[in-house]
Write a protein that binds this ligand. Structure first.
Ligand code: IPD
Ligand code: CA
Ligand code: CA
Length: 250
């Protein structure tokens, strides 16, 4: 199955449908509640309808952020967030993306994130590296005293602010994980017990393939449940010493 083509085609179809709504009040209208208890905005529905129409004919299982798990009895499960960063989208902040990860049984086989505004396509080939528009990317080596971190802590772990140089919280964790992968951020963490597999599945694959360490809040390698409702903590960094600093502050 040519997952790369399916991912990019689906992302482009979503782009075509949603971009006219960028920054409009209509995009942000609440139209319901999703399976994980979060609100579904109009743009979430538009984007997800495109994704389902594209993936359902493939007969694969689908885990998508609003609708949840669709079991089609396949060995393949595609975990999608049709639009990660929908607050940003509706508010007119240009940081949001399409996130797509494929598993065969429980093993990852492919990951992709498409950042709409910059039209950047990130991919992970498990065991074969991470790519940005077809070119390999790697995490950078952090310079002590110059670290740039994105973190969501809901008031916990604030001591971390003083231990790094830059804090950049961008509101779309899928995008932030690609920034870690390409060496623009040194770490991304969310310890609110709030992110779902749909938010991070592709981003974790891409970051890992680019050389990142992706751990849970105990410092163990993060394992994802392939569902739409489990909430988790994630600590993704480009170097062990940053993980140690973060774990100390927790
Ligand atoms: C959100 C983004 C954001 C994270 C929130 C998520 P959504 O996803 O990933 O970075 O902080 O927890 O809900 O709802 O915009 O797809
Ligand atoms: Ca999301
Ligand atoms: Ca979403």
């Amino acid at each position: 199955i040519p997952w790369n083509e399916i991912a990019l085609e689906t992302a482009r179809e979503v782009e075509k449908e949603v971009m006219p709504l960028f920054g409009t009040p209509r995009a942000g209208e609440t139209i319901g509640e999703n399976v994980s208890g979060d609100v579904t905005k109009y743009v979430d529905r538009v984007a997800e309808d495109v994704v389902l129409a594209r993936l359902q004919p493939l007969g694969v299982n689908i885990v998508s952020e609003e609708i949840g798990f669709i079991d089609n009895g396949s060995d393949y499960t595609v975990i999608v967030d049709p639009i990660d960063g929908s607050y940003n989208f509706a508010a007119g902040i240009p940081i949001f993306a399409f996130s797509f990860a494929v598993f065969r049984k429980n093993r990852p086989v492919y990951g992709a994130i498409y950042e709409f505004v910059t039209r950047t396509f990130y991919e992970a080939l498990p065991g074969g590296g991470a790519y940005m528009n077809g070119r390999p990317v790697r995490v950078r080596k952090p310079e002590r005293g110059k670290e740039a971190l994105s973190f969501y802590t809901r008031g916990r772990c604030l001591g971390l602010i003083r231990r790094v140089k830059r804090v950049r919280v961008l509101g779309a964790i899928a995008v932030e994980l690609t920034y870690l992968a390409k060496g623009a951020l040194d770490g991304v963490l969310d310890i609110r017990n709030y992110v779902r597999t749909t938010d991070i599945a592709a981003g974790v694959l891409i970051a890992r393939e680019a050389g990142a360490i992706v751990a849970d809040e105990r410092g163990k390698e993060l394992e994802l449940r392939l569902d739409a409702t489990t909430k988790t903590n994630v600590i993704a960094v480009n170097d062990r010493y940053l993980l140690d600093i973060i774990l100390e502050e927790l």
